[in-house]
Write a protein of this length. Structure first.
Lengths: 355, 257
């Protein structure tokens, strides 16, 4: 099968359409504008709805309404816009509504800038809005994965009735790579008995997140958590590179994993046995496998486009091994040299001793 | 024996939780009667956001969605775009629609989204115990305007029908009261018309219902109804502000105070 050369943002659109998403609601923000621009004609072409909302607040609530009606619905935005959506995302979680949200993240805080960033990791993986909850969060590192993981996000979100977020950044959104669309089958929204599409021949359905009795709300919270824990058992995804004999394991996702990948070879040329662990599901996080790797290695290094957020999850899996951080943020990207520097600083002496 | 009065099928047997003299019970019943009359219960989806009527999902027998504060028009937009053949209505209070949700309301109306909004205007935030609303009349005391709303301090009330009538999108806009059997009968006709406009695919329809909150107006139910007649209607004139082209001309819109 021939491949198409396209931008990551367009791959997101085609992943959604192949998954049977026929509803998009969004508000303009850089660096994800290719998505609404493209879907404004592509959605009507496949018989779907494209609607430019008056705000991100409205967009996420339109997604809420479309999901209530049984559709696979998508919104995309970038960091400040995703902040505005947090209330709506919390309501989606509380009402057990599937939806897919793509964050093509940029530098922050505040207006920040429009350059790529991973500084929304906490917001994406630790709740983001009010209440006890976790989203399903997928992190692509290539344009091919922008397509595949957007597609998969719809399946996962429908299966667990938890909103799924694709956490990516301006580089992956803007860059072009060949994509093979045949890795996924045409799909459509599965039957959902709980939707509000008219109480014909059945009792009325109610979609709600209000449970005024604390005992009842507690049980509801436990039910939501149990579903997330099921996803933790069933849906963990990660990729490893040169970890079999690694003394040092780099941990990185998305764009910075591309740096980490290149750094493995560069470090090995300098005599360090370095491998890479790339979480693909950031939430649930692949704790079990990373803990096993930690047991086998001498130290871990996270490579992040933030001041250090992923590093907190890695420390929880470190099994007492040292965890170091290669950090660039605000739109800057860690380079291979930055990774080598940290490795040399923390492991060279040890290397000499053990050598 | 012939039955001359019964509960509408679209209304459940649950007891309302509303305070004595509150207008929500009457407004719920009018909406339910219209849904019954039009025979649309099985394809109707109602949306009730945060406010005193947040439990409306316990009272209406059609499919119901609870929405976040102010966002019902956005939720309705999403649902109706997926289900264009269904009947979608929002049931919103004045704080919800005219304060936090005014943006979503204006834009849904401007797009001419084909759903119906029942807008309950009682001039206070009832659920949070009586704060000033965007529609609180000048002079009215609330927990957050203890000296009475003034133009200089709190500013002027927002007249939603007049505001929406300034944009081209809406197909039907009416303001009614439910203070007497006569005004209630009138309100019912306007609510029916709003749903008929939606059924005909003519676009956005809204009925603003002036009603009372005896609890937070600190008046008896009877005094509260008199207050509407004497103080609220002069500031918020009743009438049809917009009707679809080709139908009867608006009735008594912009009636002088």
């Amino acid at each position: 099968m021939s491949k198409s050369l396209l931008k990551g943002n367009i791959a997101v659109c085609e992943g959604a359409i192949k998954a049977g998403c026929r509803c998009f609601f969004g508000y303009p923000i850089t660096p994800q504008n290719e998505i609404p621009d493209y879907l404004s004609w592509r959605m009507p072409e496949v018989g779907g709805t494209f609607l430019q909302a008056e705000s991100e607040v409205a967009a996420i609530n339109m997604v809420y309404g479309a999901s209530c009606a049984g559709a696979r619905a998508l919104t995309t935005s970038s960091s400040p816009g995703i902040s505005l959506m947090q209330e709506g995302i919390s309501y989606l979680v509380g009402a057990e509504l599937p939806a897919v949200i793509v964050n093509v993240a940029r530098g922050g805080p505040g207006l920040g800038n429009i350059a790529p960033s991973q500084s929304d990791y906490f917001q994406a993986t630790k709740g983001g809005g009010h209440g006890d909850y976790s989203l399903l969060v997928l992190a692509p590192w290539s344009v091919q994965e922008m397509f595949e993981l957007t597609y998969d996000a719809f399946d996962l979100s429908d299966r667990y009735r938890i909103p799924a977020m694709v956490l990516t950044d301006g580089i992956l959104g803007q860059m072009m790579e060949p994509v093979d669309f045949d890795t996924r089958e045409e799909a459509s929204s599965p039957p959902k008995p709980w939707i509000t599409d008219g109480a014909k021949g059945r009792k009325k359905n109610i979609i709600n997140s209000l449970y005024i009795d604390p005992d009842v709300l507690y049980q509801h919270n436990l039910k939501l958590r149990a579903r997330f824990e099921e996803a933790r058992r069933e849906e963990i995804r990660y990729e490893e590179h040169l970890t079999e004999d690694a003394d040092i394991v780099l941990v990185a996702y998305g764009t910075s994993a591309r740096t980490a990948y290149s750094a493995c070879e560069a470090a090995r040329e300098r005599g360090f046995k370095v491998g890479m662990f790339r979480p693909i599901t950031l939430s649930p996080f692949p704790e079990e496998r990373l803990s096993q790797l930690a047991e086998q290695c001498r130290g871990l290094v996270t490579v992040e486009m933030s001041l250090g957020q992923l590093v907190y999850d890695v420390r929880l899996c470190s099994q007492g091994r040292p965890v170091h951080l290669v950090s660039k943020t605000a739109g800057l990207i860690p380079e291979v040299g930055d990774v080598i520097e940290v490795i040399q600083e923390h492991f060279a002496l040890e290397e000499a001793r053990s050598g | 024996m012939k039955k001359v009065f019964e509960r509408p099928q679209s209304l459940s047997e649950n007891c309302f939780h509303y305070c004595p003299g509150c207008g929500h019970g009457v407004a719920h019943r009018l909406v339910a009667e219209v849904i019954d009359e039009l025979g649309i219960m099985e394809r109707t989806v109602g949306i009730c956001p945060v406010g005193c009527a947040v439990y409306a999902y316990d009272y209406f027998e059609c499919d119901m969605i609870e929405a976040s504060h102010g966002r019902a028009p956005a939720v309705a937009t999403g649902a109706k775009r997926v289900l264009p053949g269904h009947i979608v209505f929002t049931y919103q209070g004045d704080g919800d629609l005219a304060a936090i949700g005014i943006g979503e309301m204006i834009h849904a109306a401007a797009r001419g989204e084909n759903f119906t909004t029942i807008f309950i205007n009682n001039g206070v935030y009832g659920m949070t115990q009586g704060q000033m609303a965007p529609t609180t009349p000048i002079g009215q005391k609330t927990t957050t305007s203890p000296s009475g709303r003034s133009i200089s301090q709190e500013g002027n009330p927002i007249k939603v029908c007049e505001l929406l009538n300034a944009i081209d999108g809406p197909a039907y806009l009416a303001r009614v009261a439910i203070t007497s059997p006569k005004t209630i009968a009138r309100a019912r006709r306007c609510i029916r018309k709003a749903f008929e406009v939606q059924l005909a695919g003519q676009g956005f329809s809204l009925v603003e219902v002036l009603t009372s909150c005896p609890t937070y107006w600190h008046l008896s139910p009877a005094e509260a109804l008199a207050y509407i007649e004497e103080n609220v209607i002069p500031a918020f004139p009743l009438g049809e502000f917009r009707v679809p082209a080709g139908t009867a001309a608006p009735v008594a819109a912009h009636a002088p105070a």
